[in-house]
Design a binder for this molecule. Structure first.
Ligand SMILES: NC(=O)c1ccc[n+]([C@@H]2O[C@H](COP(=O)([O-])OP(=O)(O)OC[C@H]3O[C@@H](n4cnc5c(N)ncnc54)[C@H](OP(=O)(O)O)[C@@H]3O)[C@@H](O)[C@H]2O)c1
Length: 272
């Protein structure tokens, strides 16, 4: 039985992945902000709820990530997989208490920070892995990181890609620095979830009108992250770009200098 941490596990694709892990006999720990959604998620698991737990944490701020890691390390000596499915989607200029934009703080930095703090528990696993959910962003060096990490003022159109690509750089970094730990990035595709609740109005209207034509199911969106966490037939940092197709993989090969620069900046921000 694997112990799998799912940040963003009380909702959407992360919750769907939790159901799949439980159905295969594994244990899950869910993170999210909303206690009521966490309780509802646990209640929906039926008999499997005994293998599930939920922690309410705010991963948008450094102290929230530290609090989550402290509580997890107190309860779990070993984690076999960490699935990062937290996400916010907003075009507004706003800042967390740490002075960062939430899109950056949640969709990238919390993943770096939480994983770094949980490495002692991951190293206890025979085949640990870290999987990060993003959008359709294939690994490429053709991106401009000049605005990293402040992204001020925030612009969704120009800042979305470098923030999402920072996940690929972190996967590459883990592949180089943590022997035995597998790290991957997965495109979620397009799914009707809570992610659009603070999205720009035109996107919410677009999703309502055209969504039924192009939305994937949550099962299809969760397929690749579930396979990545449970299967052993991949090793090097990998990007899965096509929802529902685990065999279509792209190796994450990026310029070392950029990866190092982003990791140095991330470490400076959070101290881990
Ligand atoms: N759905 C799509 O079409 C789509 C497209 C591209 C990428 N993605 C990515 O797929 C992943 C899963 O998203 P989803 O579609 O399943 O959306 P979702 O249902 O809104 O799930 C997002 C999760 O993140 C959690 N979260 C957000 N801010 C947090 C914070 N500050 N601290 C702790 N947890 C926080 C939410 O918990 P609370 O609700 O408790 O805050 C929720 O569990 C995200 O990374 C998203 O960016 C989704």
């Amino acid at each position: 039985m694997k112990t799998i941490l799912i940040s963003g596990g009380n909702s959407g694709i992360g919750l769907q992945a939790a159901r799949a892990f439980l159905a295969q006999g594994h244990q899950v720990v869910l993170l999210g902000r909303d206690q009521r959604k966490g309780d509802a998620a646990l209640a929906s698991f039926g008999d499997a709820a005994g293998r599930a737990s939920f922690l309410a944490v705010d991963l948008a701020i450094h102290d929230g990530v530290r609090d989550a890691a402290d509580r997890l390390l107190a309860d779990y000596d070993r984690l076999d997989a960490v699935l990062h499915s937290t996400g916010v989607f907003t075009a507004k200029e706003m800042r967390t208490a740490d002075g960062l934009h939430p899109f950056f703080a949640v969709n990238y930095l919390s993943r770096y920070h939480l994983t770094q703090l949980l490495l002692p528990a991951l190293r206890e696993s025979e085949r640990p892995c870290v999987v990060m959910m993003t959008a359709a962003v294939p690994p490429t060096d053709a991106s401009d990181f000049d605005r990293f990490p402040d992204f001020a003022p925030f612009g969704l159109r120009k800042d979305r890609k470098p923030i999402q690509l920072a996940n690929h750089h972190y996967a590459a970094h883990l592949g180089r620095t943590e022997p035995g730990l597998r790290a991957g990035v997965v495109n979620a595709g397009a799914v009707k979830t809570d992610i659009l609740r603070i999205a720009p109005w035109y996107m919410r209207v677009g999703a309502k009108v055209a969504g039924p034509l192009f939305f994937d199911s949550a099962e299809k969106a969760a397929h690749n992250v579930v396979e990545a966490c449970l299967r052993d037939d991949w090793n090097a940092p990998t990007y899965w770009g096509k929802p529902g197709d685990f065999e279509r993989r792209t190796p994450i090969i990026l310029g070392d200098a950029t990866t190092q620069r982003l990791m140095d900046a991330s470490r400076t921000l959070v101290g881990a």
